[in-house]
Design a binder for this molecule. Structure first.
Ligand code: ADP
Ligand code: MG
Length: 690
């Protein structure tokens, strides 16, 4: 078997199973093996009831014998199965299962099992609901080991995924072709990594935590190294600029007309950009500022200076919704203040005819300001006189994509990169390579801090009532769900079903709409526009609204399954409210099954400051943290997490520097694998696992 084969090559996986795996984007053996567990459970030794109940928190395993005949009660469409089980000391616990009546035929008086679940005590009675069942022998085999918990979908259980992974690994071991090692041997040795093969084994079937951490580090490291090599191998020297721009006071004039006063940080940022644009070298600057710090107007001011000097300016946003919003805003300002912008919007959804027109206008110079998505860098676009390129939330763009834009300006363009990801300065310098960094630390003054709360399911009716009150006051509400559509990961809320269920709860006069990334761009724009103009009261969305969108009248943000998101993502999401002069609220709703308070959410609950959150998150997790394979903020790493892996990031950075110093083009044959891999990474802009 080849690691690139279809999963149908794995023994025990047929068409039916394969369809379930496909829902998780797993179609090849490799994609299965790289579907890493999202957590691990340590199965404790099986114990008696009293002993089990004493174990602090978490789940326990109780070895017990069925004592009473299991009975099934039915009510409505639901059922409850219950019986007593007693341990070797005669101590009894009540066991219940909801909606699993078929289990009754598997359980009879005298049968001995290990019950694995959460044991609770009410008065003198011990209770265990929905425990997993094991035969004493099969439990013995697993206890003391770390068992993987996977992201799953309907039709697939942890056991099912584990079995498929196990078969794949043993088939590959027997007579298969593993993927080639592309990390140079010098690095594997230096960092004491295990082989790809062993590391993959360990990710799914770890012998202990230390080995697991080492394996996880290997995959994070590879990814960070590719990222850093690609940043660092770009030209680093400053390019002299022979025709600096002239400032005739256009920026000052616009600043005076704005309905607000710029913050100190904004003024400083504008000043630095002015110096860059009017100075002797091309600008290459990162503007970093927390959500809501007012980066957009700084960008517009930079564009104004470029356009006033006869250059064309481009602003690229990662989503069409966001690009459209920037475009509408600049159009409005042009009308209101008589600015020299001749703007055009270009995105994937533009018609062929529209695109042709815009291409012609950019080439002739009839348009001097282009705002759009990566459609802006596609082949046929050429510029009459491109002078400034701004990328908003740039981490969504691949390094290669940024280079293409540069080339379109003949390599002679000023670049400004804007980001809201609150990374400590030490990391920013590594992650952004050669960029000069400007941080905006002030927030616009008249903002009221957002009021936060972390709540459980019991609070739901009050939350809806509160939303209704805000809607009556004329405000708008966002609800964020982790999933787009039904059918994948059933235990998480999805946007489509959720919006439907809200229509039953709220009166008909409340307009509810939903938004997710799989919808067509045109549809997404329409919904976003309707929300921005106030025609929609509640917008149920995935994190597609995470970046940049600005609707100041929205005052409530409710996040479902909140503990499933990374802290930086949650902070970004929350940044969608608190943008106007009214008090805003953020409700983090925890999932039902959470039994202990989530410390990470508590950090958000008590701080609205992105940098502070990032730092506390870093401390809380520490390098040994195995969780958090989910994205941290918006750096689209697949395995690595810039906060958890900050030391690894610094190590990879040092290694990348060393490699490039002795072999700038990685042309040594022993680094061929790495070079090829890097080329592909730069082309795609993301990590393709093989
Ligand atoms: P972000 O940095 O997240 O991109 P935006 O540029 O979208 O933030 O700004 C958020 C909101 O704050 C916008 O409605 C903008 O008009 C407003 N704003 C920007 N600067 C100021 C300021 N100095 N005072 C008051 N409001 C401001
Ligand atoms: Mg923004």
């Amino acid at each position: 078997m080849q690691i690139t084969d279809s999963i149908l090559a794995i023994k025990g996986i047929g068409e039916k199973n394969a369809a379930f795996f496909r829902k998780l984007n797993i179609d090849t053996v490799a994609s299965l093996l790289y579907h890493f567990p999202r957590d691990y459970e340590l199965m404790p030794k099986a114990a008696g009831v009293r002993e089990g109940a004493k174990m602090p928190g978490g789940k326990t395993a109780v070895l017990a014998t069925v004592k009473t005949k299991p009975v099934v009660q039915r009510f409505g469409g639901k059922s409850k199965l219950s019986f007593d089980a007693a341990d070797g000391f005669g101590c009894v616990m009540k066991v219940t299962y909801f909606n699993m009546p078929y289990l009754a035929s598997n359980l009879w008086i005298g049968k001995q099992c290990v019950f694995y679940g959460t044991l609770t005590q009410k008065g003198a009675t011990y209770l265990m609901a929905q425990p997993k069942l094991y035969s004493p022998e099969s439990y013995e085999e697993q206890s003391g080991k770390l068992c993987p918990v996977y992201a799953k979908t309907k039709g697939l259980s942890d056991a099912g995924i584990t079995k498929a992974v196990g078969s794949a690994l043993s088939q590959l071991d027997e007579n298969g072709a593993w993927q080639e090692e592309y990390l140079p041997e010098e690095l594997v040795k230096k960092r004491e990594f295990d082989s790809v093969k062993n590391s993959l084994h360990t990710m799914h079937f770890p012998d202990d935590r230390r080995l697991l951490q080492k394996a996880r580090e290997r995959f994070s490291y590879e990814e960070l190294l590719l990222f850093l090599l690609s940043v660092k191998s770009q030209s680093v020297q400053k390019t002299p600029c022979k025709t600096p721009m002239q400032d005739q006071g256009e920026m000052e004039a616009l600043i005076k007309k704005l309905p607000y006063k710029l913050t100190g940080s904004q003024q400083k940022a504008v000043e630095m950009i002015r110096e860059d644009l009017c100075g002797g070298f091309y600008m290459n600057r990162l503007l970093q500022g927390d959500v809501g710090s007012g980066k957009t107007i700084v960008a517009f001011l930079a564009m104004l200076l470029a356009v006033s000097n006869g250059y064309q300016a481009v602003m690229m946003a990662p989503t069409e919704v966001l690009a459209k919003q920037h475009y509408e805003q600049i159009k409005q300002m042009t009308e209101d203040f008589g600015l020299p912008f001749k703007p055009a919007f270009l995105a994937g959804s533009s018609t062929v005819k529209e695109k042709r027109q815009i291409y012609a206008d950019l080439e002739s110079g009839a348009v001097n300001t282009a705002i759009g998505t990566h459609a802006l860098i596609q082949e046929p676009v050429s510029f009459q006189n491109l002078g400034l390129v701004i990328t908003d939330e740039q981490h969504r763009f691949g390094v290669r994509q940024r280079e293409i834009l540069h080339e379109k300006g003949g390599g002679m363009v000023h670049t400004l990169v804007m980001s809201a990801t609150p990374i400590p300065r030490s990391l920013a310098i590594v992650l952004y390579g050669q960029l000069s960094v400007t941080q905006m630390t002030d927030m616009p003054a008249e903002r009221l801090p957002i009021k936060n709360c972390v709540v459980d399911q019991g609070y739901r009716p009050s939350a809806y009532k509160f939303m209704m009150e805000q809607i009556r006051l004329g405000r708008q509400v966002y609800v964020i769900c982790p999933m787009a559509e039904p059918g994948v990961m059933e235990d998480l809320e999805n946007v489509v079903d959720y919006a439907k269920s809200l229509t039953k709860i709220f009166p008909e006069s409340v307009k509810i709409a939903h938004l997710h990334g799989k919808m067509r761009p045109k549809q997404k724009n329409e919904i976003m526009e309707a929300f921005a103009s106030g025609d929609i009261n509640i917008l149920v969305s995935t994190t597609v609204i995470e970046v940049g969108v600005n609707v100041p009248n929205a005052t409530v943000m409710m996040v479902e399954n909140a503990e499933r998101f990374g802290l930086a993502t949650l902070h970004q999401i929350r940044g969608r409210v608190g943008r106007g002069s009214e008090q805003s609220y953020c409700i983090f709703m925890e999932s039902e099954t959470k039994d202990k308070k989530n410390e990470r959410l508590e950090i958000l609950n008590h701080s609205n400051n992105g940098f502070e959150i990032a730092e506390k998150d870093l401390k809380l997790r520490g390098p040994g943290d195995l969780m958090g394979l989910e994205q941290s903020g918006s750096f689209s790493f697949r395995f690595a997490d810039i906060y958890r892996d900050h030391q690894l990031l610094l190590d990879a950075s040092a290694d990348a520097d060393e490699l490039l110093a002795k072999d700038p083009h990685l042309s040594d044959p022993k680094r061929r694998g790495l070079r090829e891999r890097l080329e592909r990474y730069q082309e795609d802009g993301y990590l393709d696992i093989l």
